[in-house]
Structures are given as C-alpha cells and as structure tokens.
Design a protein around this ligand. Structure first.
Ligand SMILES: NC(=O)C1=CN([C@@H]2O[C@H](COP(=O)(O)OP(=O)(O)OC[C@H]3O[C@@H](n4cnc5c(N)ncnc54)[C@H](O)[C@@H]3O)[C@@H](O)[C@H]2O)C=CC1
Ligand SMILES: CC/C=C\CC(=O)/C=C/C=C\C=C\C=C\[C@@H](O)[C@@H](O)C/C=C\CCC(=O)O
Length: 258
C-alpha cells in the first residue's frame, strides 16, 4: 500500500514515538490527524509539520483516548477533513503501576475503543476503503517486564487483541489489516524517572535499569521506520514485530488451530 494520498490517525502524536510515527507517514505522502491530550505540544507540532510538509497535511485534534465521545468527534473530523481514513496508529500509552487502572484504561481499553470506532469508518462492510491498524505494543507484550506487571499485562492484551482482530477481519471481509509494533526501550519521556512510576514495585527499579542496560535503547526513528513496513507490505496481517537494538524479527507464535 503506497502512502501518497492516504490519510492516517495517530494517537499520542504530540511527542515521543507518536511524533516519529506521524513524521514518517507525512514524509511518505500521507496526511495525518494528530490526536493527543497535550494541546500546546500538539498545536505547535501541527504548525511545524504543516510548514515542512505543506499546509493542511497535518491536523491536530485535542483528544483524550479514554473518552469515547472525544475519540468519535476526532475520527469524524479527520474523515470530514481528509475524506476518509486508511491508517490508524493506536500509540497513546502510559506506564504507571500506581495508577494501574488508568494504565489499563489507556493502554488496552482505549486501543480497543479506537479500533472499533475506526472500523465504523474504515471497514469495507461499512462503505470504508479498508486499510491498516497498527498498535504500539511493546517488547513487554511478548515477554514479562517484572518491574511493571500491569503495563506488561496491557501490552500482552494489545498483542492478543491485534492477532485475534487480524483473523476476525480477514474472515469477515473488513479489508483491514491489524499489526503490532513491539519495541524494546525507546528514548522518550516514558523512560525518565522510572522509579517514580513503579508504585508497589519501586524496589524493582534496579531490575528495570539493568534491563535497559542489557537491551539498550532505541531511537524514535528506528521504531518509526518499522511502522512503514507494517503499513506498506500488504502481506502483513496479525504480525507482532519485535524491534531490538540488534535488529528486528516477526514473532513466531504456536499454532493451535490444526
Ligand atoms: N518509550 C519506550 O521505552 C517504549 C514505549 N512503548 C509504547 O509506545 C507508546 C508511546 O510511548 P512514548 O512515546 O514512549 O511515550 P511518551 O510519554 O513520550 O508519549 C506519549 C504521548 O501520549 C500522549 N497521551 C498520554 N495519555 C493520553 C491520552 N489519554 N489520550 C491521548 N494522548 C495521550 C501524551 O500526551 C504523549 O504525547 C506507548 O504506548 C508506550 O507504551 C513501547 C515500547 C517502549
Ligand atoms: C520504563 C519504561 C517502561 C515501559 C516502556 C516499554 O515498553 C519498555 C519495554 C522494554 C523491554 C521489555 C523487555 C522484556 C523482556 C522480557 O522478555 C524478559 O526477557 C525479561 C525478564 C527478566 C529480566 C531479568 C533479567 O534477565 O535481567
């Protein structure tokens, strides 16, 4: 799938990985609706992206992904502005073991919520053009990150949801592919002040720090380049792409269907 003339919605787009995903989509010819709760960062990013990629190529929409109403309004605005949606990047996420219910709400429930709203606009069964939904999961969704069990649970849930939806979509004829990015640590705001976010697992801060030293830290652009592969390669559906500092690999899961 070539990106020229396509339109995308990216959640958590105002900073970190979401900003990188938005930039790579724009560089390759897509228009992008930038959804984020951070209004000042989102507005200024939209202005700089429109200067770089052309007026009207990026649209900031203030949106808390926990709110169904705000998500619906943002998708509607994106459709009215760009004429449809071809790509959704469910990227907004937090790591906070103290506010663990909020972590589940943003990282898992909101990914499901946004995917279902996207289906209403993108599914060929609803008159949409089809397309691709890519979730920003994590390496923690593939193997446990013991310092943050709830974060791990949300990312495992996102991987499971993505793989199940990929098959459900294929069988149902939605015309939408579902894939997940599973990066190791990435240099963003999220990996600052780790101990302050671990709640009852603060005593496992050293373990988290050792894991960052062992696995290394990716740049945002390394993750963003991997998005392109999952979006443009139409054979990719139900994939979890593990991104490590040494390279990347599509995960092999046991097949129990035969
Ligand atoms: N930084 C890392 O080491 C890794 C991050 N990830 C995942 O990547 C995604 C992005 O994380 P980062 O860019 O690192 O984090 P970040 O903290 O740098 O950026 C997150 C963005 O999401 C926005 N956001 C937070 N809550 C929101 C909400 N309720 N509604 C709308 N927007 C909201 C924030 O305002 C911010 O712009 C997350 O899903 C995270 O779990 C995955 C693997 C590694
Ligand atoms: C602090 C930032 C929080 C979240 C961002 C994020 O998603 C980072 C994920 C990074 C890596 C996750 C790696 C998980 C690895 C597991 O598969 C196991 O290999 C780790 C198991 C035990 C660790 C003990 C050890 O061997 O040192």
């Amino acid at each position: 799938m070539a990106l020229t003339g396509k339109s995308a919605v990216v959640t958590g787009a105002a900073g970190g990985i979401g900003k990188g995903l938005s930039e790579v989509l724009l560089r390759n010819g897509a228009k992008v609706a930038l959804l984020d709760v951070n209004e000042s960062a989102g507005q200024s990013l939209m202005e700089s992206l429109n200067q770089k990629h052309g007026t009207g190529s990026a649209l900031f929409l203030k949106c808390d992904v926990e709110s169904e109403e705000q998500l619906r309004a943002a998708f509607q605005k994106a459709v009215e502005t760009f004429g449809g949606i071809d790509i959704l990047c469910n990227n907004a996420g937090v790591m906070n073991e103290t506010a663990w219910e909020k972590t589940v709400s943003i990282n898992l429930m909101s990914v499901i919520r946004a995917s279902y709203i996207a289906l209403e606009h993108m599914s060929k069964l609803n008159g949409g053009r089809g397309g691709v939904i890519v979730q920003t999961a994590s390496m923690a969704g593939l193997g446990p990150f013991p310092s943050c069990p709830v974060y791990t649970a949300t990312k495992s849930g996102v991987v499971g949801f993505t793989r199940a939806m990929a098959v459900a979509s294929e069988v149902s004829g939605y015309g939408i592919r579902f894939n997940a990015l599973c990066p190791t640590f990435v240099q963003t705001e999220m990996i600052t002040n780790i101990s302050g976010k671990l709640g009852q697992f603060t005593h496992l801060t050293g373990m988290a720090v050792k894991l960052t030293e062992k696995l290394g830290i990716l740049s945002v652009s390394e993750v963003a380049e991997s998005l392109l592969e999952l979006v443009t390669d139409e054979t990719k559906n139900g994939e979890a792409l593990m991104i490590l500092t040494q390279g990347k690999a599509y995960m092999q899961f046991p097949s129990l269907s035969k």
